[in-house]
Every structure is written in C-alpha cells, then in structure tokens.
Design a protein around this ligand. Structure first.
Ligand SMILES: C[S@@+](CC[C@H](N)C(=O)[O-])C[C@H]1O[C@@H](n2cnc3c(N)ncnc32)[C@H](O)[C@@H]1O
Length: 261
C-alpha cells in the first residue's frame, strides 16, 4: 500500500511515460501480502475511505483499473455491484471471482483497448493507487471518461506527492522544494513489499495532477485526504507516525465536464 514505510534509492532516469509497470509481475504477490496485514494503511485508512466515497453500489457496474488481485472489486460485487470488471497488468488474481465479476489481464493506459472492454461503459471507474502507471495519463483518463455512463464518476487516488519529496530530500540531503519541483525520475523500493524490486517513479506536483484532470475533461467534485480516527491511531501508533510524517494519499471524485473532449 502506498503510504507505508519505504526505502528510497538514488535518482535515476526513466525512458519517459508513466511509472514503470514491469516490476509488478514480480511485486504483485508481495504487495497483496503486505496489504492484507492487519496494520496495513490500506486496511486501516485507504480502503475504508475509498469504500465510503463509492457509497451504495447496488446495481452499479464498476471498472477497477489496476485492481491488484481483484479483492476490492470482488468485495464491491458482493456489496451489490453488477457486470463489473477488474483489469491489472500482473495477472495475479484471486482464484474465485464472484458471479458478476470478470478479472482481465490488461494495461490501464488504454482501457478501451483491453480485450473485452471495447464498447462497454460503467457507472464507476476506479484508479486506486494505479494511475501513475499510465503511459499517458491524459489519454488514460480521457479514455476512462468516454467509458462512463450518464451520472458516472471516476474515483482516483494517488500518494501525496509531498511524501515522495520528503523521502527524497531525506535521502539526498536536499530540500523539500528542490525535490517537489524536480522533474527527474527516481528509483524507489518498498521495504514492506519487496526490497529487491525497484520501481521507477516520475515525480508530480499538485498542479500536474489538477492539470491532467482538466486536460482530460474532468472536474473535481470532491477531494479527500483520509486520516485515521483517534482510536485507530492510538491502537496503531507506528502507522499514525507514518501518516504524521508522510501525510498519506489524496482521493478525487472526478466527473466529466459537460463539454465534448
Ligand atoms: C499500488 S498497487 C494498487 C492495487 C489496488 N488498486 C489497490 O488499491 O490495492 C498498483 C497496481 O497497479 C498495477 N499496474 C501497474 N501498471 C499497470 C498497468 N500498466 N496496467 C494495469 N495495471 C497496472 C499493478 O500490477 C498493481 O496491482
């Protein structure tokens, strides 16, 4: 899960596009193991907040882009969602998907091109900690926008960019501003997932995110920066300390602008 402890490595250059997806074939099962821990920030903070933002899903069709093993979309189908799909590049899916759920290996960079998705539309499209892997984020979001049904929305979550800037500043002995506004890609290893796998990440600022949403023809209806309740923070002080230091994630409910894109 994205807001847990991590370990940085030295900066490196990536060949452009989004964060590199390839390491996920190796990382997928380590990630799911870390996510399922009782004290993972995904269980304590992120998934409850994501679930809350989705509200009642009864009778709604959902597309979860970068769904991991599909456990979240499977839960949503058990909660009443119908005709739903999870897509992930890693093909590390739960073995038994409930009726009404398809899990498909594919690239979220162009959802309309994923086998079986051409011409389909959904009430909700989710990018939960996966949007950074799109080759061209504006294209990926425009494509998702075109696949929304009337009154549909996109739920998109990303790690607070300040978190990576703090970590890089600590690692490199630089300042928050230097790292926040840096445009060089950097390498990143996650201590709680698998220290042997290096992810390449492209830095982004808040303006980058907001400008991507506008360029894709979406407006922000709601933004949430989920935190722990006092009670949970007292029960898991080591996780409260992570949030105190690195802030957590940003969650956006995005609606299509009422113009043609
Ligand atoms: C941080 S995990 C988040 C998983 C899940 N959405 C969640 O909230 O627990 C990122 C996921 O994105 C997937 N991913 C990375 N690049 C992708 C791509 N190009 N297309 C589809 N999925 C991708 C990874 O395999 C991984 O499952």
């Amino acid at each position: 899960m994205a807001t847990d402890d991590s370990q940085m490595t030295t900066a490196a250059h990536s060949p452009g596009g989004g964060d590199a997806s390839r390491p996920w074939t190796e990382l997928a099962s380590d990630y799911e193991q870390a996510r399922s821990r009782e004290d993972s920030l995904d269980r304590l903070v992120e998934w409850p907040a994501q679930r809350d933002m989705l509200g009642d899903v009864t009778g709604l069709s959902l597309l979860d882009a970068g769904c991991g093993n599909g456990a979240k979309i499977a839960q949503l189908v058990q909660d009443g969602a119908v005709a739903s799909v999870g897509v992930d590049i890693s093909d590390n899916f739960v073995t038994e998907a409930p009726p009404g759920l398809e899990l498909i290996q594919g690239d979220l960079s162009d959802l309309a091109a994923v086998q079986g998705l051409a011409g389909r539309s959904f009430d909700r499209i989710l990018f939960l900690q996966s949007f950074g892997y799109a080759n061209d984020p504006v294209h990926a979001l425009k494509t998702a926008r075109a696949m929304l049904k009337d009154d549909g929305f996109v739920l998109l979550t990303r790690t607070q960019p300040i978190r990576y800037a703090i970590e890089r500043a600590e690692e490199n002995g630089t300042t928050l501003g230097e790292e926040y506004f840096s445009t060089s890609s950097f390498s990143y290893r996650h201590r709680n997932w698998n220290e042997g796998v290096t992810l390449t990440k492209r830095p982004y600022t808040m303006s980058d995110l907001l400008n991507i949403f506008s360029a894709a023809g979406m407006w922000v209806e709601t933004t949430v920066e989920p935190q722990m309740s006092r009670e949970i923070g007292e029960r898991y002080p080591h996780k409260q300390a992570v949030l105190n230091r690195y802030l957590g994630i940003l969650m956006f409910k995005l609606r299509p602008l009422p113009v043609r894109f």
